[in-house]
Design a binder for this molecule. Sequence first.
Ligand code: GAR
Length: 229
Amino acid sequence: MTSSMPGPAGSGPRTVVLISGSGTNLQAIIDEVGQNRLPVELTAVVSDCADAFGLERASKAGIDTVVVNFGDYGNRQDFDRALADVLEDLEPEIVVLAGFMRILSSTIVTRYQGQMLNIHPSLLPKYKGLHTYRKVLAAGDRFHGSTVHYVIPKLDAGPSIIQYRVAVRDDDTEESLATRVQQGEYVIYPRAIEWLASKRVELRGEQVFFDGEPLREPKLINEGGVGPR
Ligand code: GAR
């Protein structure tokens, strides 16, 4: 199920990106690597969905792709085992969940703890799980955003590294809000990956350290801002 491609993009820690769909975050990461602004080797893109558009983005960039199609497995355990085997073979130093819409087994998460990041479209700890835009609008919140965090076995609960925050407008719809939040995701995700690759950010136990100091709250970029580098 692996397609052989001309060679991995970039150089640095071996980095595997897991996707399920469109892969616009993947594209932002590919672009940053291509511009030599993100020092990682994009070793492979793995999808749990055979028709994820992100696979085409990866192929176009010359990155190996692997499909572990959830539908091909009789049950969750077999899928988890197949995915674990694929990851083991790829020997990643960093695992990036970029719109990967399946909950990973705690075995996989524990195996890569401190090396695995996720991006979630909310200002965590608010609004874990699905439909965050709908929930924010229904609650009448003034702000929404997205968070890059370490992955731990509990869903969307790992320590946060950086957030992007936008003000909710009176006339916002789920779509308009998502568009603005996603623009910020393309900034904060490559940046967090760069920090992890260069070991500026580290997870020790449940505490994030940044430049050797405990990070008491996630770094923050406000809409239109540049934020910390
Ligand atoms: C992203 O906006 C990401 O925040 C969200 O899925 C989108 C994937 O888009 N992730 C989650 O909801 C995870 N719980 P993409 O495939 O275009 O990068």
